[in-house]
Design a protein around this ligand. Structure first.
Ligand code: HEM
Length: 260
């Protein structure tokens, strides 16, 4: 059979996958499903790109890393903007089908955890919320045990003549990224002496800001849609989400800015 647009993209399969549960149908449930599926596709692509940027770093490929961070930043900005569409749904409309979600929640998104872990925001305890089937929890646990993009970043910096402290380069990879004053001194020097690295550092800062933007916008979406109600995933809701707000991925890139 000749390849067609539809067969290449597996469209019949893809368009089969939106299955609202409300009976009688609630108009906005389709929007809710489509938005979440689209986000999961973006998460999939982000993981594809974090794998690439890890290879760029270990391979000392500065231009590859710059191109990849630029793409990742653009995906993130696009993703955040898409929350506007979901905010056209009123709290009453969401309440009309919310109980069909049962305990389903973004809290169980194994790909989102993979994205966080790949970027060095590691929290072993949150993997417990991921259902233990179809290898989903295992996928997140595997990422937890793998070096993050930040671990690869240290390797890259060493290849560029920056002294990345041994304590950072040999740290337990299942732990979250730690700020380091020694590394900050090195990064500050690079800001002055290696302009090609500055382009990379600024893109990484853009991305970091983008992820915090996503967290903020998601919290506001949750607040305006369910207020102080508990999450379907069983967390206290907004208060739980606020724990990760303002936590940078790359604390050292933020810590030096007042010196410039
Ligand atoms: C009406 C819209 C939404 C509401 C009311 C909502 C609500 C919540 C709540 C209350 C939580 C905390 C965990 C829990 O107890 O359930 C949560 C977590 C989460 N949600 Fe949403 N959400 C919405 C839309 C979205 C969208 C569009 C996505 C995109 C995939 C998403 C992804 C996530 C993720 C990844 C988490 C875990 C966040 C973390 O642990 O930091 N949510 N959501």
């Amino acid at each position: 059979m000749t390849l067609t647009y539809s067969s290449y993209l597996s469209l019949p399969k893809l368009l089969e996958l939106q299955r609202p549960r409300s009976q009688p149908p609630e108009h906005d449930e389709m929007l809710f499903i489509v938005i979440h599926q689209v986000f999961e596709l973006w998460f999939k692509l982000l993981l594809h790109e974090t794998d690439k940027v890890g290879r760029d770093f270990t391979g000392n490929d500065l231009y590859g890393a710059i191109a990849t961070w630029k793409r990742m930043r653009t995906i993130l900005k696009t993703l955040v903007g898409q929350l506007d569409i979901l905010e056209t749904m009123t709290p009453m409309s969401f309440a009309s089908f919310r109980d069909r979600l049962d305990t389903a929640s973004g809290f169980q998104s194994f790909q989102f955890r993979e994205v966080e872990f790949a970027l060095g925001y590691k929290r072993a305890q949150v993997t417990g919320a991921i259902p233990d089937h179809e290898g989903q929890r295992l996928a997140a646990e595997r990422r937890l045990r793998e070096p993050s993009v930040v671990d690869h970043f240290y390797t890259f910096l060493a290849q560029r003549g920056l002294h990345a402290p041994v304590a950072l380069r040999t740290k337990d990879v299942t732990l979250p990224t730690q700020a380091s004053e020694d590394l900050q001194d090195e990064l500050f020097r690079a800001y002055r002496d290696q302009p090609e690295l500055v382009i990379l550092f600024e893109l990484m800062t853009d991305f970091d800001e983008g992820l915090q933007e996503w967290r903020y916008r998601h919290i506001k979406l949750v607040e305006r849609t369910i207020g102080a109600k508990k999450g379907t995933g069983g967390s206290p809701g907004v208060e739980f989400l606020k724990q990760s707000l303002w936590k940078p991925l790359f604390p050292d890139l933020w810590a030096i800015r007042h010196r410039m």
